[in-house]
Design a protein around this ligand. Structure first.
Ligand code: KG4
Ligand code: ZN
Length: 346
Protein backbone atom coordinates (compact mmCIF):
# COMPACT_ATOMS: atom_id res chain seq x y z
CA UNK A 1 0.00 0.00 0.00
CA UNK A 2 1.40 3.41 -1.02
CA UNK A 3 0.71 6.25 1.38
CA UNK A 4 1.31 9.85 0.38
CA UNK A 5 2.24 11.64 3.63
CA UNK A 6 2.30 15.35 4.38
CA UNK A 7 3.95 17.03 7.38
CA UNK A 8 3.78 20.77 8.14
CA UNK A 9 3.61 20.99 11.95
CA UNK A 10 6.35 23.58 12.44
CA UNK A 11 9.04 25.01 10.14
CA UNK A 12 9.56 22.02 7.83
CA UNK A 13 7.38 21.31 4.80
CA UNK A 14 7.69 17.61 4.03
CA UNK A 15 6.05 15.09 1.71
CA UNK A 16 6.83 11.41 1.15
CA UNK A 17 5.46 8.28 -0.43
CA UNK A 18 5.96 5.23 1.80
CA UNK A 19 5.12 1.67 0.72
CA UNK A 20 3.75 -0.73 3.35
CA UNK A 21 5.08 1.43 6.19
CA UNK A 22 8.72 0.54 5.62
CA UNK A 23 9.89 1.46 2.09
CA UNK A 24 10.52 5.04 1.01
CA UNK A 25 9.53 5.59 -2.63
CA UNK A 26 9.91 9.37 -2.70
CA UNK A 27 10.62 12.08 -0.16
CA UNK A 28 11.29 15.80 0.02
CA UNK A 29 11.73 18.37 2.80
CA UNK A 30 12.04 22.15 2.69
CA UNK A 31 12.86 24.08 5.84
CA UNK A 32 12.46 27.69 6.87
CA UNK A 33 14.70 27.08 9.92
CA UNK A 34 17.55 29.24 8.58
CA UNK A 35 15.13 32.14 8.28
CA UNK A 36 14.02 31.77 11.92
CA UNK A 37 17.61 31.45 13.11
CA UNK A 38 18.11 35.11 12.24
CA UNK A 39 15.16 36.10 14.47
CA UNK A 40 16.38 33.92 17.36
CA UNK A 41 13.24 31.77 17.31
CA UNK A 42 10.34 30.57 15.18
CA UNK A 43 7.90 33.28 14.10
CA UNK A 44 4.63 31.32 13.54
CA UNK A 45 3.27 33.72 10.94
CA UNK A 46 6.49 33.53 8.89
CA UNK A 47 6.61 29.72 9.25
CA UNK A 48 3.03 29.41 7.92
CA UNK A 49 3.70 31.67 4.96
CA UNK A 50 6.78 29.64 4.07
CA UNK A 51 4.76 26.40 4.32
CA UNK A 52 2.42 27.83 1.73
CA UNK A 53 5.18 28.65 -0.75
CA UNK A 54 7.02 25.31 -0.30
CA UNK A 55 3.98 23.01 -0.42
CA UNK A 56 3.54 22.44 -4.16
CA UNK A 57 7.29 22.16 -5.02
CA UNK A 58 7.84 19.69 -2.14
CA UNK A 59 4.79 17.63 -3.12
CA UNK A 60 5.96 17.53 -6.74
CA UNK A 61 9.47 16.45 -5.73
CA UNK A 62 8.19 13.63 -3.49
CA UNK A 63 6.08 12.32 -6.39
CA UNK A 64 8.95 12.53 -8.91
CA UNK A 65 9.68 8.76 -8.91
CA UNK A 66 6.19 8.26 -10.40
CA UNK A 67 6.55 11.08 -12.91
CA UNK A 68 9.94 10.64 -14.54
CA UNK A 69 10.34 9.18 -18.01
CA UNK A 70 6.61 9.27 -18.70
CA UNK A 71 4.11 11.86 -19.73
CA UNK A 72 2.13 11.41 -16.57
CA UNK A 73 0.58 14.14 -14.52
CA UNK A 74 0.15 14.35 -10.75
CA UNK A 75 -3.56 13.59 -11.09
CA UNK A 76 -2.66 10.27 -12.80
CA UNK A 77 -0.22 9.39 -9.99
CA UNK A 78 -2.83 10.14 -7.35
CA UNK A 79 -5.41 8.07 -9.19
CA UNK A 80 -3.33 4.96 -9.84
CA UNK A 81 -0.22 4.91 -7.57
CA UNK A 82 -1.44 6.35 -4.27
CA UNK A 83 -3.83 4.35 -2.08
CA UNK A 84 -4.22 6.70 0.87
CA UNK A 85 -3.18 10.18 1.97
CA UNK A 86 -1.87 10.87 5.51
CA UNK A 87 -1.35 14.20 7.20
CA UNK A 88 -0.11 15.58 10.53
CA UNK A 89 -3.06 17.14 12.39
CA UNK A 90 -1.14 18.06 15.59
CA UNK A 91 0.49 18.89 17.88
CA UNK A 92 2.08 21.95 16.29
CA UNK A 93 1.59 25.52 15.13
CA UNK A 94 -1.96 26.06 13.93
CA UNK A 95 -1.06 28.17 10.88
CA UNK A 96 1.58 25.69 9.71
CA UNK A 97 -0.60 22.63 10.38
CA UNK A 98 -3.48 24.09 8.38
CA UNK A 99 -1.41 24.37 5.19
CA UNK A 100 -0.67 20.62 5.22
CA UNK A 101 -4.18 19.65 6.30
CA UNK A 102 -5.96 21.73 3.67
CA UNK A 103 -3.60 20.43 0.98
CA UNK A 104 -4.22 16.83 2.06
CA UNK A 105 -7.99 17.33 2.21
CA UNK A 106 -8.03 18.87 -1.25
CA UNK A 107 -6.02 15.96 -2.67
CA UNK A 108 -8.21 13.38 -0.90
CA UNK A 109 -11.37 15.11 -2.12
CA UNK A 110 -10.17 15.49 -5.72
CA UNK A 111 -8.73 11.98 -6.00
CA UNK A 112 -11.46 10.27 -3.96
CA UNK A 113 -8.93 8.73 -1.53
CA UNK A 114 -9.19 8.12 2.20
CA UNK A 115 -7.33 10.46 4.55
CA UNK A 116 -5.43 9.40 7.70
CA UNK A 117 -4.96 12.00 10.48
CA UNK A 118 -1.60 11.57 12.22
CA UNK A 119 -0.20 12.59 15.62
CA UNK A 120 3.18 14.12 14.81
CA UNK A 121 4.94 13.15 18.07
CA UNK A 122 3.87 9.51 17.93
CA UNK A 123 4.90 9.42 14.28
CA UNK A 124 8.49 10.43 15.09
CA UNK A 125 9.29 6.96 16.47
CA UNK A 126 8.22 5.26 13.23
CA UNK A 127 11.33 6.64 11.52
CA UNK A 128 12.87 3.53 13.09
CA UNK A 129 10.62 1.19 11.11
CA UNK A 130 11.82 2.41 7.71
CA UNK A 131 14.68 0.96 5.69
CA UNK A 132 15.73 -1.46 3.06
CA UNK A 133 15.68 -4.07 4.42
CA UNK A 134 13.48 -2.80 7.27
CA UNK A 135 15.34 -2.75 10.60
CA UNK A 136 14.59 -5.63 12.95
CA UNK A 137 12.74 -4.55 16.10
CA UNK A 138 12.28 -6.99 18.96
CA UNK A 139 9.34 -6.30 21.26
CA UNK A 140 8.67 -5.11 23.87
CA UNK A 141 10.43 -1.91 22.85
CA UNK A 142 10.94 1.30 24.77
CA UNK A 143 10.81 4.43 22.63
CA UNK A 144 12.19 7.88 23.47
CA UNK A 145 10.92 10.79 21.40
CA UNK A 146 13.07 13.87 22.11
CA UNK A 147 12.25 16.90 19.98
CA UNK A 148 11.94 20.66 20.26
CA UNK A 149 8.54 20.46 21.92
CA UNK A 150 8.44 16.98 23.45
CA UNK A 151 10.42 14.53 25.56
CA UNK A 152 8.29 11.41 25.88
CA UNK A 153 8.78 7.74 26.68
CA UNK A 154 6.55 4.97 25.30
CA UNK A 155 6.45 1.21 25.55
CA UNK A 156 5.52 -0.76 22.44
CA UNK A 157 4.30 -4.35 22.48
CA UNK A 158 4.13 -4.43 18.68
CA UNK A 159 4.32 -2.02 15.75
CA UNK A 160 0.62 -1.31 16.29
CA UNK A 161 0.48 -1.06 20.08
CA UNK A 162 2.01 1.73 22.11
CA UNK A 163 1.50 3.29 25.52
CA UNK A 164 2.85 6.53 26.98
CA UNK A 165 4.87 5.91 30.18
CA UNK A 166 6.49 9.26 30.99
CA UNK A 167 7.45 12.67 29.72
CA UNK A 168 8.68 16.12 30.57
CA UNK A 169 6.88 18.11 33.21
CA UNK A 170 8.13 21.42 31.77
CA UNK A 171 10.65 22.14 28.97
CA UNK A 172 11.54 19.53 26.37
CA UNK A 173 15.13 18.35 25.85
CA UNK A 174 15.32 20.15 22.49
CA UNK A 175 13.94 23.29 24.09
CA UNK A 176 16.70 23.08 26.73
CA UNK A 177 19.28 22.85 23.92
CA UNK A 178 17.66 25.79 22.10
CA UNK A 179 17.36 28.05 25.15
CA UNK A 180 20.83 27.34 26.53
CA UNK A 181 22.36 27.84 23.06
CA UNK A 182 20.92 31.34 23.06
CA UNK A 183 22.12 32.03 26.63
CA UNK A 184 25.75 31.13 25.86
CA UNK A 185 25.91 33.17 22.68
CA UNK A 186 25.23 30.47 20.08
CA UNK A 187 22.16 32.32 18.78
CA UNK A 188 19.32 30.38 17.17
CA UNK A 189 21.53 27.41 16.23
CA UNK A 190 19.93 25.12 18.85
CA UNK A 191 21.19 21.61 19.61
CA UNK A 192 23.21 21.41 16.43
CA UNK A 193 25.20 24.53 17.45
CA UNK A 194 25.68 23.18 21.00
CA UNK A 195 26.97 19.90 19.55
CA UNK A 196 29.44 21.71 17.28
CA UNK A 197 30.67 24.01 20.06
CA UNK A 198 30.97 21.06 22.48
CA UNK A 199 33.12 19.21 19.95
CA UNK A 200 35.57 22.12 20.09
CA UNK A 201 35.92 21.68 23.88
CA UNK A 202 37.57 18.27 23.50
CA UNK A 203 41.19 18.47 24.66
CA UNK A 204 40.88 22.11 25.80
CA UNK A 205 41.71 23.13 29.37
CA UNK A 206 38.88 25.51 30.23
CA UNK A 207 37.65 25.96 33.82
CA UNK A 208 35.16 23.17 34.44
CA UNK A 209 31.45 23.93 34.41
CA UNK A 210 29.13 21.88 36.57
CA UNK A 211 25.41 21.70 35.86
CA UNK A 212 22.63 19.71 37.55
CA UNK A 213 21.10 16.53 36.05
CA UNK A 214 17.45 17.36 36.85
CA UNK A 215 15.26 14.48 38.09
CA UNK A 216 17.87 11.94 37.03
CA UNK A 217 17.49 10.01 40.27
CA UNK A 218 13.73 10.49 40.72
CA UNK A 219 11.84 7.23 40.93
CA UNK A 220 9.54 7.95 37.97
CA UNK A 221 9.96 8.17 34.21
CA UNK A 222 9.41 11.92 34.00
CA UNK A 223 11.84 14.63 32.92
CA UNK A 224 12.37 18.28 33.84
CA UNK A 225 14.69 20.57 31.92
CA UNK A 226 13.61 24.10 32.90
CA UNK A 227 15.99 24.20 35.90
CA UNK A 228 18.92 23.54 33.62
CA UNK A 229 18.29 26.77 31.74
CA UNK A 230 18.28 28.70 35.06
CA UNK A 231 21.51 26.99 36.18
CA UNK A 232 23.21 27.87 32.87
CA UNK A 233 22.08 31.48 33.21
CA UNK A 234 23.44 31.68 36.78
CA UNK A 235 26.80 30.09 35.97
CA UNK A 236 27.24 32.08 32.74
CA UNK A 237 26.61 35.38 34.56
CA UNK A 238 29.08 34.46 37.32
CA UNK A 239 31.91 34.11 34.82
CA UNK A 240 33.48 36.94 32.88
CA UNK A 241 35.20 34.71 30.31
CA UNK A 242 33.29 34.83 27.00
CA UNK A 243 36.07 33.30 24.90
CA UNK A 244 35.38 30.57 22.36
CA UNK A 245 36.96 28.03 24.74
CA UNK A 246 34.72 29.10 27.61
CA UNK A 247 31.62 28.80 25.40
CA UNK A 248 32.78 25.38 24.27
CA UNK A 249 33.18 24.25 27.90
CA UNK A 250 29.63 25.39 28.68
CA UNK A 251 28.24 23.74 25.54
CA UNK A 252 29.97 20.50 26.43
CA UNK A 253 28.51 20.43 29.94
CA UNK A 254 25.02 21.36 28.65
CA UNK A 255 25.18 18.48 26.18
CA UNK A 256 26.54 16.13 28.83
CA UNK A 257 23.83 17.04 31.36
CA UNK A 258 20.89 16.70 28.94
CA UNK A 259 22.13 13.44 27.44
CA UNK A 260 22.93 11.94 30.88
CA UNK A 261 19.32 12.44 31.95
CA UNK A 262 17.89 11.09 28.66
CA UNK A 263 20.05 7.95 28.89
CA UNK A 264 19.33 7.34 32.60
CA UNK A 265 15.54 7.60 32.18
CA UNK A 266 15.45 5.53 29.00
CA UNK A 267 17.56 2.83 30.71
CA UNK A 268 15.20 2.87 33.68
CA UNK A 269 12.19 2.49 31.36
CA UNK A 270 13.93 -0.37 29.54
CA UNK A 271 14.57 -2.18 32.85
CA UNK A 272 11.02 -1.71 34.13
CA UNK A 273 9.41 -2.90 30.90
CA UNK A 274 11.90 -5.63 30.03
CA UNK A 275 12.68 -3.96 26.70
CA UNK A 276 14.40 -5.98 23.97
CA UNK A 277 14.78 -2.91 21.75
CA UNK A 278 15.19 0.80 22.42
CA UNK A 279 14.05 3.28 19.78
CA UNK A 280 15.33 6.87 19.62
CA UNK A 281 13.71 9.61 17.55
CA UNK A 282 13.02 13.34 17.28
CA UNK A 283 15.50 16.10 16.49
CA UNK A 284 17.57 15.50 19.64
CA UNK A 285 18.24 11.90 18.53
CA UNK A 286 20.51 13.49 15.89
CA UNK A 287 22.94 14.27 18.73
CA UNK A 288 26.12 12.23 18.38
CA UNK A 289 26.97 12.20 22.07
CA UNK A 290 23.49 10.93 22.89
CA UNK A 291 23.84 8.15 20.31
CA UNK A 292 27.23 7.12 21.73
CA UNK A 293 26.00 7.11 25.34
CA UNK A 294 22.86 5.14 24.44
CA UNK A 295 24.98 2.62 22.60
CA UNK A 296 27.29 2.25 25.62
CA UNK A 297 24.26 1.79 27.90
CA UNK A 298 22.40 -0.83 25.86
CA UNK A 299 25.03 -2.83 24.00
CA UNK A 300 26.28 -4.68 27.12
CA UNK A 301 22.64 -5.48 27.98
CA UNK A 302 22.09 -7.02 24.51
CA UNK A 303 19.26 -4.58 23.94
CA UNK A 304 18.86 -3.64 20.29
CA UNK A 305 19.32 0.14 19.85
CA UNK A 306 17.64 1.75 16.84
CA UNK A 307 18.45 5.29 15.76
CA UNK A 308 17.16 6.75 12.48
CA UNK A 309 19.46 8.55 10.04
CA UNK A 310 19.70 12.26 10.92
CA UNK A 311 17.31 13.33 8.12
CA UNK A 312 14.59 11.16 9.70
CA UNK A 313 15.26 12.37 13.28
CA UNK A 314 14.17 15.93 12.52
CA UNK A 315 10.73 16.63 11.07
CA UNK A 316 9.94 14.61 7.94
CA UNK A 317 6.99 12.98 6.20
CA UNK A 318 8.46 9.47 5.96
CA UNK A 319 7.68 8.89 9.66
CA UNK A 320 4.14 10.18 9.07
CA UNK A 321 3.64 7.68 6.23
CA UNK A 322 5.01 4.80 8.29
CA UNK A 323 2.90 5.64 11.35
CA UNK A 324 -0.21 5.94 9.17
CA UNK A 325 0.39 2.44 7.78
CA UNK A 326 0.80 0.75 11.19
CA UNK A 327 -1.64 2.72 13.32
CA UNK A 328 -3.64 5.02 11.09
CA UNK A 329 -7.41 5.19 10.87
CA UNK A 330 -8.71 5.83 7.37
CA UNK A 331 -11.19 8.68 7.52
CA UNK A 332 -13.32 10.78 5.20
CA UNK A 333 -11.65 14.10 4.45
CA UNK A 334 -14.67 15.95 5.86
CA UNK A 335 -13.96 14.59 9.37
CA UNK A 336 -10.29 15.57 9.54
CA UNK A 337 -9.43 18.81 11.36
CA UNK A 338 -6.53 20.60 13.04
CA UNK A 339 -5.51 19.79 16.66
CA UNK A 340 -2.64 22.10 17.69
CA UNK A 341 -2.65 20.73 21.28
CA UNK A 342 -3.10 17.04 20.46
CA UNK A 343 -2.13 14.89 23.44
CA UNK A 344 0.65 12.29 23.23
CA UNK A 345 -0.46 10.43 26.37
CA UNK A 346 -1.96 7.43 24.60
O1 KG4 B 1 11.91 16.84 15.81
P1 KG4 B 1 12.31 18.22 15.52
O2 KG4 B 1 12.97 18.51 14.19
O3 KG4 B 1 11.13 19.22 15.63
C1 KG4 B 1 10.13 19.13 16.60
O4 KG4 B 1 9.18 18.34 16.40
O5 KG4 B 1 10.27 19.84 17.63
O6 KG4 B 1 13.30 18.65 16.70
C2 KG4 B 1 13.93 19.88 16.74
C3 KG4 B 1 14.82 19.92 17.98
C4 KG4 B 1 15.38 21.31 18.26
O7 KG4 B 1 15.15 21.63 19.62
C5 KG4 B 1 16.87 21.16 17.96
O8 KG4 B 1 17.67 22.01 18.76
C6 KG4 B 1 17.10 19.70 18.28
O9 KG4 B 1 15.95 19.05 17.81
N1 KG4 B 1 18.30 19.17 17.60
C7 KG4 B 1 19.39 18.73 18.26
C8 KG4 B 1 20.34 18.36 17.27
N2 KG4 B 1 19.78 18.59 16.04
C9 KG4 B 1 18.53 19.08 16.27
N3 KG4 B 1 19.63 18.61 19.58
C10 KG4 B 1 20.84 18.13 19.95
N4 KG4 B 1 21.82 17.77 19.05
C11 KG4 B 1 21.61 17.87 17.73
N5 KG4 B 1 22.56 17.51 16.87
ZN1 ZN C 1 9.02 16.86 15.33
Amino acid sequence: MNILAIETSCDETACAVVRDGVTVIGEAVASSAAMHKRWGGIVPEVAARQQLSYMIPVLTEALQPFLTGRTRKIKDVLASDIDTIAVTVGPGLIGSLLIGIETAKTLAFAAGKPLIPVNHVLAHMYANFVGSPPPRIDFPAVSLVASGGHTELFVMQSAETLRWIGGTVDDAAGEAFDKTARLIGLGGGGGQAVQEAAARAAGKRSPPVSLPRPMMASGDLDFSFSGLKTAVMREWRKRADRSEDATAAFASEVEDAITDVLVAKTAKAARIHGARSVLLSGGVAANLRLRKKMNAAFKPEHIRLLVPPVRLCTDNAVSIGSYAYFRGQRSDWQTVSVHPDLSVEV
